[in-house]
Design a protein around this ligand. Sequence first.
Ligand code: ADP
Ligand code: TRP
Length: 323
Amino acid sequence: MRLLSGVQPSGKLHLGNYFGAMKQHIENQEQHECFIFIANYHALTTIQDAQRLRTLTCDVAMDYLALGLDPAKAILFRQSDVPEVTELAWILSTVTGKGLLDRAVSYKDKVDKGLPASMGLFSYPVLQAADILIYRSDAVPVGKDQKQHIEMAADMAGYFHNTYKCEVFVLPKPMFNEAAVVPGLDGEKMSKSYGNTIDLFEEPSAAKKKIMSLKTDSTPVTDPKDPDKCSVFALLKLFATAEETAEWSQRYRAGGMGYGDAKKRLAELYEAKFGPARETRKKLAEDARYVEDVLAEGGRRARTVAQQVMDDVRKACGIVVRK
Ligand code: ADP
Ligand code: TRP
């Protein structure tokens, strides 16, 4: 099965990004053909500073490599190294009714949060559909908030097929993992835009400080507590083994345990999981050449696939491009 997913280089990656999306991207490289890309064209909807976009793009590549993405198994590339994707986005926009995009909830959310209501932001799902369809991806591993965008990509493939009486695309399916929504420091969804994140490569003292500040209720230490209402437990569950999670659940319910104990354990588990990756990342940061080589090679491989699909697309709709 061919899987494809993208992450925008729009800021530091956090536990929500990792457990909601990146973790399954990395795990899937063992069984599936994986295309993972850095969505730098999409990021132009929020980052409009050239140097910052270049840096953030490189950062995401280093993050993936440090966390275990293996360029010998998965194709890691920059969206812009396959510029055909913007051509496909245009073609898809000509067979897609504006009504479909009017129903996109993420556009409304982003505008409500204060992002400029640009045409790019409005047609963001069309470019995302092009990303998915141009590689004939079977499934798209993403967080639940992306479900509508994946469904729209399948819709757009259908509009193209109906219009041109052909079948050039594979209809993609979204693929979710168990960590639906990772809570942040304030108990709301962890998100860059809420300033409530625990990032992936925090130094141990900074991470511990944040973890100790996680918001909890004021149930006294001696009283029983409901683990399912506690964000410390929700985070612990993501790191701990099933046995340890069950133990913590019992300790919560039995009473006599303070939230501080669970937080301390969470800080230890965070360090055990991300400490080694942080060190690997520091080494990668000194080897910009290697990171660039990985992206260049990934881009070449991805582009070869995209160009074949674009030949079929252009043929279907009568667009001639001199080679
Ligand atoms: P942010 O909200 O920080 O801007 P993005 O919207 O860039 O994050 O999300 C990138 C990916 O990470 C998406 O696939 C999204 O579903 C996933 N993701 C982000 N935050 C969370 C979260 N708190 N819980 C689960 N998944 C998340
Ligand atoms: N919209 C996705 C996000 O915000 C990023 C993205 C762009 C993407 N193109 C994609 C995800 C294609 C999956 C497939 O997280």
